[in-house]
Design a protein around this ligand. Structure first.
Ligand SMILES: Cc1cc2nc3c(=O)[nH]c(=O)nc-3n(C[C@H](O)[C@H](O)[C@H](O)COP(=O)(O)O)c2cc1C
Length: 202
């Protein structure tokens, strides 16, 4: 095994190695709203579901190079509300287009040509075409050095018809093929190649 002293090289080098190795990662496309009520959308792959009592996801929107929080982080600090979307391949390019940093007042949602609808429990909009939209509110924001972890409670899930059974809540993967993040800046994976393994029996 070759040693990589990540603790001695935090930041860009550690990112290249760790974010390249810990893959594939799910991608959250988060909509938020700013102080003027303008909507914002951006993708984040430092993201995952972290618990279910309460239902909880964690997101890590960092600062920009100039040290100011990205819009998503600033909006979550300000009002604590977002909608997290999962995207399939049909939406992947539009999801990535939302990573462009636009001048304040220009909306990635319009640039991504996403249709929107009102959420029920939070103010940011739902992107209607996404197979999954999770209405979330901030439980906690934690800082570890330069890392910002936003802990979110999932208040309500909207799932495209056919993706989850309304009775059993079981997900049907025939109808759900989200994309994941591989290497930055341009590597992605499809989730089409699946296999099963029995859970170990005692
Ligand atoms: C697939 C993908 C995943 C990303 N993951 C993250 C992430 O986890 N954390 C982060 O700070 N930026 C991430 N980015 C970059 C942000 O999306 C980008 O900086 C964006 O402009 C932030 O927008 P905002 O200022 O509107 O929040 C990612 C970009 C892409 C395309």
């Amino acid at each position: 095994m070759i040693r990589f002293d990540v603790a001695a090289h935090p930041g860009a080098r550690a990112y290249k190695l760790l974010a390249g190795l810990v893959v594939p990662r799910p991608i959250a496309l988060a909509t938020t709203i700013d102080a003027e009520g303008r909507t914002n959308a951006a993708p984040f792959s430092f993201f995952n579901v972290m618990g279910t009592e309460p239902p909880m996801v964690v997101l890590a929107p960092s600062d920009r190079d100039d040290g100011t929080p990205k819009d998503t982080a600033a909006n979550l600090i300000l009002n604590g509300e977002c909608v997290i979307h999962l995207c399939d391949e049909a939406l992947a390019e539009r999801m990535v287009a939302c990573a462009r940093s636009l001048p304040a007042g220009e909306s990635e949602i319009e640039k991504g040509r996403f249709l929107t609808q009102k959420a029920e429990k939070v103010r940011p909009p739902i992107l209607t075409e996404c197979p999954v939209a999770l209405e979330c509110r901030v439980i906690d924001i934690r800082y570890y050095g330069e890392n910002r972890l936003v802990v979110l409670e999932v208040l309500l899930a909207h799932v495209r018809e056919g993706v989850a059974d309304p009775e059993t809540w079981k997900v049907d993967y025939k109808n759900y093929v989200p994309v994941g993040r591989l290497n930055s800046p341009d590597g992605y994976v499809r989730t089409v190649d699946r296999f099963r393994m029995d859970f170990p029996k005692d």
